[in-house]
Design a protein around this ligand. Sequence first.
Ligand code: FE2
Length: 479
Amino acid sequence: MNYALESANPYLLGPYAPVFKEIVTTDLKVIGEIPKDIHGVYVRNGPNPKFEPKGHYHWFDGDAMLHAVQFEDGKATYRNRWIRTKNFIEEEQAGESLWQGLMGRLSANMDRPWNRGVPLKDTANTAVAFHNGKLLAGWYMCGDLYAIDPITLDTKGVETFHDTLDAKVMAHVKVDEQANEMMFFDYELTASYLAYGVVNGTGKVKHFTKVKTPGPRIPHDMAITENYSVLMDLPLIYDLELMAKRGRAVPVFRKDLPSRFGILPRYGDGSEVRWFEAKPCYIYHTINAWEEGDEIIMDCCINPEPTPQQKLKPNATKMDKLNAYLRLEAFLYRYHFNLKTGETKEYPLDDRKTEFPMMNSRFLGRKSQYAYNQHFDLSEKLRFDGLVKYDTEKQSAETYWYGEGRFGSEAPFIPKKNAIAEDDGYLVSFVTDERDGQSEVVILDAQNIAGKPLARIVLPQRVPLGFHACWVDGDRLFK
Ligand SMILES: [Fe+2]
């Protein structure tokens, strides 16, 4: 099945083209040497449509496929599996696509069982996280969280946290590894609040509350500190009138509105939220946040001009629109929210265009110094041509370039055994070469990322470019 080759849609071609075989391969060819202390699983989520898309395909529409490399004793095993979501199973039974995608018309999905007011297929294709022994995959529009076996990648089903979850969940959950707690949020396209909750080490939702907003809001991420959570009310919002008129979702950037950051205690009631105002922007991903004196400091990647249509020429084709919609012009940015004075301070930390940040997840919620971001290539296709390590204290950066025609993936940090220094570890990334379709995993020394990779693991099939990844540490997995 290679319908993609018949299509002119760039997100079904080349390094984006879906793969159709689910395989497990051991004894992979390694150039260099895999450090023996790497023990666990690198897993990445991303779109991979099983059936020929119905209507115009957008990259965000594809069914979720997980690609993973399991490391043990210097050896690596590769696996890939689709996530068997409810909608995936339904389409598999039908033998064809049943849903129109993001660039299609909402009315075409009128006869489908909508996902709580969202007339799109809940694919769980966006992010993946590990908490309390469970690998969890989620969707960027707030959907079901799917529990996955981190070794076999088999789908176990929708995670309900022992029937304590009464919400959908946004893909970017935040795991505090030290407290063994997971924070999450949820929004609805027509509700004037953000829902927020905490799952603790019992595997149950132990706290759930709603935070009022001036209208429906669509944040993509949140942040946590040791004692607080940061929710976002950003001025990129769906215009519901325009949506009804055009029959599809249209995000509008309301430059006249501020960005607002709602800070509440981890177990605080929604009414306890304190809002901090800042310049209008949209934020896809935060890196970290922590408490320092009277302040909460938050590092993230911001987009000061998130409206894609502004960049289009008058004769723009449908494909230009699709590309522009994916365009991100984000850079590293820092906020200080002063809990005593209520003031916000904000400033850029760098001007390079980077996104899909990762950090040492053991430091999430605590003061951190390093971020590992993907650098955008010059095209508008959202491809990563390099990996930038930022040192936010020294205000310096170094870059590993993937090489001509080669594109990377979000690169999780793997701490070394008994590491104390925040950057004492490795970075892993799937790299796909658009020229010959060959993929590999590169392992970099996080303290010398611009140096030669420690190992390049040659993979048995192409790994299409995708979305978010995580590192599942063997010690957390097998204990
Ligand atoms: Fe994301």
